[in-house]
Design a protein around this ligand. Structure first.
Ligand SMILES: [Cu+2]
Length: 147
C-alpha cells in the first residue's frame, strides 16, 4: 500500500514538470528559539526551485558556506531580498556572516544530498566559530534526507 502510494506520488511529480516551487526564508532578529535566525532554517527543495531570503529585520544578509559541486556560491546585499535558483542537487549550508557567532545559519537540500561527506567536513570547521547556539548547526545537519 505504502509502495503503491509512493509510486502514485512519483507519477504525479513526473506528470507535473516545470512546477518549480518558490520557498521563502525570513531573516529575523528574534526567532522562536530566541536570537537571530533564518526561518525556516531548513528547506527541502527540488532542482529548479527558488529560495528567496526576505529581510524581516535589518542588519542581515546571506552567504553560502557549502554548496554542491557545480553550484555557484552566493552572497546577498545587507537588508535586501535575494533569490537563489537551485539547479544543482545536493546539500547547501549558508550563514549570515555578521551573526555567525550567534549561529544565524540554515540549510537547503535539493533532491539527493550526494555531497554529505563534504558538507560534514566543512561543518566541522564552522562549528568552533559558533559561540552561541552551535546546536543549530547540528540540527541543520540532522535534517539531511538520505536515500
Ligand atoms: Cu544576521
Amino acid at each position: 500500500m505504502k509502495r503503491a502510494l509512493s509510486a502514485a506520488i512519483a507519477l504525479l511529480l513526473l506528470a507535473a514538470p516545470g512546477q518549480a516551487a518558490e520557498h521563502e526564508v525570513r531573516m529575523l532578529n528574534y526567532g522562536k528559539d530566541g536570537g537571530m535566525v533564518f526561518e525556516p532554517a531548513f528547506v527541502l527543495a527540488e532542482p529548479g526551485d527558488t529560495v528567496t531570503f526576505v529581510p524581516g529585520n535589518s542588519g542581515h544578509f546571506v552567504q553560502s558556506y557549502a554548496v554542491p559541486d557545480g553550484a555557484k556560491a552566493w552572497k546577498s546585499t545587507v537588508d535586501e531580498r535575494f533569490s537563489v535558483l537551485l539547479e544543482q542537487e545536493g546539500f547547501y549550508l549558508y550563514v549570515c556572516p555578521p551573526h555567525l557567532m550567534m549561529s544565524m545559519l540554515g540549510a537547503i537540500q535539493v533532491g539527493r544530498a550526494g555531497n554529505i561527506e563534504d558538507v560534514k567536513s566543512r561543518a566541522a570547521k564552522l562549528r568552533p566559530k559558533l559561540v552561541m547556539k552551535g546546536e543549530r548547526l547540528d540540527a541543520a545537519l540532522a535534517q539531511i534526507v538520505e536515500d
